[in-house]
Design a protein around this ligand. Sequence first.
Ligand code: SF4
Ligand code: SF4
Length: 318
Amino acid sequence: MNRFAKSLAEGSISLRRARPEILQVNVGKLCNLTCVHCHVNAGPKRKEIMTRETIDRIIEWFADTDIPTVDLTGGAPEMIPDFRYFIQRVKRLQPSRHVIDRCNLTILLEEGYRDLAEFFADNQVEVIASMPCYSAENVNAQRGDGVFDGSIAALQLLNSLGYGIDPALPLHLVYNPVGAFLPSPQEELEADYKRELAKHFSIVFNRLYTLSNLPIGRFAAYLRHSNQLDEYMQLLIEAFNPATIDGLMCRNTISVGWRGEVYDCDFNQQLGMQWNDGRPVFLWDVNPDCLDSREIMTGEHCFGCTAGAGSSCGGAIV
Ligand code: SF4
Ligand code: SF4
């Protein structure tokens, strides 16, 4: 039994699924950036990309469910050739569904993608954008030189289209720490972001989501390299907060990989913890009405989601 499962057992806590509300699709590992903290090990040379055939199978499955939201992530999800096709097909479903794009912002200014922000606005796609700090130094250290200026320009572009202003065009930012520590309280940080981005760049946005870095992927390699892995794990373990369990994203999200394979969350996906019911499970094998109470596959990385105020795709949990 891993240490996380042990902590649950000691507290007589059971971690099981509730009804699925979000289909989170990781369309591949291709990205225009190579951030230090990336748990996907994404980058410009990655070849893993969802094909149109897989998209069609996912949409067919999704159309028969009442799951209200599709959450697209990557890599930079926008870089797969059928990204717009995916969104258009989801938007044509009856009843219509909500689409979220997890965006690194800089992609919106790259050659070939400059009309994407408009496409988002036309299709009322919610944008959740990474912005690890409101200072250039910290952003560039984590994401690469020039990323801060690009992110600011992209946010201004989104604002000019009504994002963060029109209630139909939500724009949320995501903060994650630049090192081996937990995020500050979400509301305080959100107030700082709003004040600084408005003052220096006239940027507005809706919510700031604080996320903890999980000790996997490139962030784990960084911790190992700088001899901080054990210390960081200890920090997460000591900050274990049982009150976060009910709000963990693995309870209401189905995570799908670029080949259609199914996981409890995107972190488990990066660790290869695919569902296995006697054989590996793909989305088209799943009956969404039979997921209530399914046991969630855990590992020590789960302490990253339950530390302090907790961490999920929608930010702090408590
Ligand atoms: S953290 Fe996001 S933007 Fe950075 S390399 Fe990973 S997928 Fe790309
Ligand atoms: S990593 Fe987080 S979201 Fe994923 S299974 Fe563990 S607790 Fe749940």
